[in-house]
Design a protein around this ligand. Structure first.
Ligand code: AFP
Length: 366
């Protein structure tokens, strides 16, 4: 066991990084509360089948609840949601919270003071993977409400560029928390022996060159032509226009896929499709926005395919958004393919299925 006194804990790090920002110490205190919630979630997730409620299995006879997206909520989705709410509602730091698991924003109980921040989160992302022990995570975003009063729904609908902090925790072989307060992206590993997150990944940088992409390839027939073009070119490898071989990885747990990209580079996409929801699967406010800020702060790029995710004006708390993020050059290439498709200059890549009358054409979508 190494108990070096020189290691930087997450608490020390955020207090230091925010010491010159107005209201920075309140934000640091909120991030420390979020960290406490993440430690509790990590402990519960690590118990696996040893603890009755540490599984997401919904028995055949158990009552099933669904969240606002129509997805079945398992016991762990609900428990981790409660942990996030109750670790963060009491300290006079937040004005309100929004969770993937709740249709409406959470109102701070009347007995507690209101703070100036809005906390938005997905308490257990990738939770459909939990029962076979694949990494899952928590994703969160912090917005500034600017006043210590109850927010309206409209107060939450701020573009991601206005986030004052964002982060994710990945519950894998190690529990790692990746955080930004707008001054770079940093990673902290939970030292279970002392119960502290320790700075282990200083100033993360997404590698620019990459040979990897991450996408649910079973949806290929539902994607727009520019995304099909990108993946077909990667799959063509050395013999195709990219003149090199690519690898594909898909864990189906966004935190795990994004964390790999943070470390190894690559591009992650859940693109626009015509399957069930034109905007893909991921939620803007508590999945795409925080990941986009973390990736940009690490030198990468995050786009809808047609524009910067962080510039999107949210229309709803649980709105979905197409996501393309990771190594900057690859994201820019995919944006270019979208531009060429929209301008009709990508003819060699347009199949008869996606011709001028295609439902995917911008004019047909109006
Ligand atoms: P769950 O939290 O319902 O498991 O969803 C996970 C997720 O939102 C995201 O973490 C993955 O990238 C994506 O869904 C996987 O989606 P597919 O099941 O379509 O591969």
């Amino acid at each position: 066991m190494s108990l070096s006194t020189h290691r930087t804990t997450l608490s020390k790090f955020v207090i230091e990084q925010l010491k010159n920002s107005p209201d920075g110490q309140e934000l640091a205190a909120l991030l420390i509360d979020v960290t406490a919630a993440i430690k509790a979630i990590s402990a519960i997730v690590a118990k696996g089948a040893l603890e009755g409620n540490a599984t997401n299995a919904v028995g055949a006879d158990s009552p099933k609840t669904t969240n606002v997206h129509g997805e079945v909520q398992g016991p762990l989705d609900l428990l981790t949601n409660e942990i996030m709410l109750h670790q963060c509602d009491w300290g006079g730091l937040v004005a309100g919270m929004v969770s993937e698991e709740m249709e409406k924003p959470y109102d701070i109980p009347t007995e507690y003071a209101r703070g100036r921040y809005l906390l938005l989160f997905d308490p257990l992302d990738g939770s459909s993977n939990i029962d076979f022990n694949v990494s899952v995570g928590t994703i969160f975003s912090v917005l500034d409400h600017g006043k210590n009063s109850n927010p309206t729904q409209a107060d939450y609908l701020q573009p991601g560029s206005r986030q004052v902090a964002a982060g994710y925790a990945i519950y894998g072989p190690a529990t790692i928390m990746v955080l930004t307060v707008g001054q770079g992206t940093y990673g902290f590993t939970l030292d279970h022996e002392i119960g502290n997150f320790i700075l282990t990944h200083s100033n993360l940088r997404v590698p620019e060159e990459t040979d990897q992409f991450a996408i649910n390839a079973s949806n290929e027939r539902f994607w727009e032509p520019p995304m099909q073009r990108y993946v077909q070119e990667c799959n063509a490898g050395k013999t195709g226009p990219r003149e090199r071989d690519f690898n594909m990885r898909w864990i189906a747990s966004m935190v795990a896929d994004v964390h790999r990209i943070m470390i190894r580079g690559g591009v992650f996409s859940y693109p626009r499709d015509n399957k069930s929801n034109q905007n893909g699967r991921l939620r803007l406010m508590y999945e795409a926005n925080p990941m986009a800020l973390l990736i940009e702060q690490a030198g990468g790029a995050a786009s809808t395919g047609r524009g910067r995710i962080l510039d999107e004006q949210p229309q709803g708390l649980h709105q979905r958004i197409p996501v393309v993020l990771g190594s900057r050059r690859e994201v820019e290439r995919i944006e270019r393919y979208h531009r060429e498709f929209d301008a009709g200059t990508d003819k060699p890549f347009v199949s008869p299925l996606f011709n001028e009358r295609s439902l995917f054409r911008p004019e047909a979508r109006k």
